[in-house]
Design a protein around this ligand. Structure first.
Ligand SMILES: [Zn+2]
Length: 68
């Protein structure tokens, strides 16, 4: 015992950093309309379907691949 909170804190920090890394590796769009336009262009070019979503980390929009 004694370092339970520190362990928890480290896990929280690691999880947050992991999310931030994901965020920063993605393209960010300032509006849903812009994200949708890029999603449509990607679908036309690559055949992949992307769904825009609002990021709760940076407040911008990212695209996530959707297989449906
Ligand atoms: Zn983000």
């Amino acid at each position: 015992m004694g370092n339970g909170i520190e362990d928890w804190f480290e896990r929280q920090q690691a999880a947050k950093q992991n999310r931030l890394d994901k965020c920063q590796n993605k393209r960010a769009f300032t509006s849903e309309a812009e994200a949708r336009a890029h999603a449509a262009a990607d679908r036309a070019q690559f055949g992949d379907r992307f769904t825009p979503y609002r990021c709760d980390l940076c407040g911008d929009w990212h695209l996530t691949r959707s297989d449906s």
